[in-house]
Design a protein around this ligand. Structure first.
Ligand code: PRP
Ligand code: URA
Length: 209
């Protein structure tokens, strides 16, 4: 069974609360999401392996730690996941970016695929799938499955707000994928929206409603 890492950092909690406010406009919403993605990225990469290298400082030679060549990729689920890419890249600028296009059919709540483009060497990378909302879990489960179908094995999921139902579904379908989540909300409503949540993340990021 995978591990669920719930971020209890006060800065993350504070910023998520500001995003929940229905009066927070798109500009601030996007900025907060970018900042949270960076803070969460710090936690997601906490256990990356290090290796020793010889470096000569202006004072002397020494042995120091650098990342052990483990290549990273970030894979936003479109659209809303795009809002988390820049924050993560400011932390790991060399990461490659893949894109998975999925939208949730409003009637069936099932994910519908419309795009997938990954780095050529995706299967050699640790891939971090990002999407602010984990509601029924259908989109995350499908997005992760696309990656597995293309040979990727080292996958993590990073979301802002999760419903217990979505977390349980990802754990059931992908027990090898650890989940990093900003906070866990109470439940889903009859339309599959997270309660209390923050509404439709994509619409709030892009101002489409
Ligand atoms: C939202 C969200 C997730 C999905 C979560 O995307 O960004 O991708 O819903 O719901 P689920 O866990 O029940 O699948 P949406 O389908 O609204 O598309 P958008 O990002 O293009 O707005
Ligand atoms: N997608 C969203 O954007 N918000 C929700 O609460 C559920 C799915």
């Amino acid at each position: 069974m995978s591990t669920v890492h719930v971020m209890d950092h006060p800065l993350i909690q504070h910023k998520i609360s500001l995003m929940r406010d229905k009066d927070t406009g798109s500009k601030d919403f996007r900025e907060l999401l970018r900042e949270i993605a960076m803070l969460m990225g710090y936690e997601v990469t906490r256990d990356l392996p290090l290796t020793d290298v010889e470096i000569e400082t202006p004072i002397c030679k020494g042995t120091f730690k650098v990342l052990a060549g483990r290549k990273l990729g970030i894979v936003p689920i479109l659209r809303a996941g795009l809002g988390m890419v820049d924050g993560f890249l400011s932390l790991v600028p060399a990461a490659k970016v893949g894109h998975i296009g999925l939208y949730r059919d409003p009637e069936t709540l099932k994910p519908v695929e419309y795009y997938c483009k990954l780095p050529a060497d995706a299967e050699e990378r640790m891939l971090i799938v990002v999407d602010p909302m984990l509601a029924t879990g259908g989109s995350a489960v499908a997005g992760i499955q696309f990656l597995k179908d293309r040979g990727c094995t080292n996958i993590r999921l990073m979301c802002l707000i999760g419903a217990p139902e979505g977390i349980a579904e990802v754990q059931k379908q992908h027990p090898d994928v650890d989940i990093y989540i900003g906070t866990v909300d109470e439940k889903l409503n009859d339309h599959g929206y997270i309660v209390p949540g923050l509404g439709d993340a994509g619409d709030r990021i892009f101002g489409t409603k």
